[in-house]
Design a protein around this ligand. Structure first.
Ligand SMILES: [Zn+2]
Length: 247
């Protein structure tokens, strides 16, 4: 999970949401509750939030990734418009822009109607996930902080420590280790270079290896928080950065 910034609310929502909400509230009043509105009618009343204006703005803000697990849903489905506070419990937030998140089907399905009003989870638009999560091997963990309970709940509710995420993390971990070894070898070669020319060439090679590994931490990359966490803890990487700074 990475920090996301909300895009401005699409004009289409600004122009229409009051009417849509009024119609939904009228149906709630007429049937007695949100749950008792006949399913077909309910779907017709709420479906307005699923539009391209909303989807495009959400996808833009999350670099096309799921806001929770950082997968790219387009590889195995679409980004879904997720309600942070479930519309089944908070129907008044059905069309509320600040209540939307882009999510993959797995996270959306796993979160389902979890009541974030009672048991809060981390919303990456509001809280920087790097302050509350870290990785140990391929597992995501909650940092000891005042938000630990919410962070643990997020991991549980969205299924962030399940095999579907362990697998890609494990694959990335192999790549990161390979890059780390390349950096380590380049550092050794620089140390042993017997001419300035050789040294300069090896520094160039090191710079390229460091730049390659850093691309994995860019926000548009899948699972970038996992890669950033790895690099922050990598002594080899820090040694290389220090050397390049003075090279
Ligand atoms: Zn997801």
């Amino acid at each position: 999970m990475i920090k996301l910034n909300r895009e401005p609310e699409p004009q289409y929502m600004v122009d229409n949401k009051a009417t849509w909400l009024k119609n939904l509230k009228d149906a709630i009043a007429s049937y007695g509750s949100y749950k008792t509105i006949p399913e077909k009618e309910k779907q017709k009343l709420i479906s307005h939030y699923r539009n391209e204006h909303v989807r495009c703005a959400l996808i833009k803000s999350s670099y096309g990734k799921c806001a929770f697990c950082e997968c790219i849903p387009s590889e195995g489905g679409n980004v879904e418009v997720e309600h942070f506070k479930p519309k089944s419990i908070y129907p008044e937030l059905t069309f509320e822009w600040n209540n939307f998140l882009p999510s993959c089907r797995k996270c959306n399905g796993s979160k389902d109607s979890h009541d974030t009003g009672i048991e809060p989870i981390i919303n990456p638009y509001d809280i920087d996930p790097k302050d509350v999560f870290y990785f140990e091997d391929i597992e995501i963990k909650a940092v000891e902080s005042s938000l630990k309970e919410s962070a643990d709940k997020t991991i549980e509710v969205c299924g962030l420590n399940t095999v579907r995420l362990w697998k890609p993390r494990a694959e990335i971990l192999v790549s990161l280790r390979i890059f780390s070894r390349a950096i380590d070898e380049a550092l050794e070669e620089i140390k042993n270079a017997d001419t300035e020319r050789k040294k300069a060439n090896r520094i160039k090679k090191l710079r390229e290896a460091v730049e390659t590994i850093e691309t994995l931490t860019y926000p548009g990359e899948k699972y970038s928080s996992f890669c950033r966490d790895f690099l922050e803890k990598s002594q080899v990487y820090h040694n290389a950065k220090r050397l390049l700074e003075y090279a």
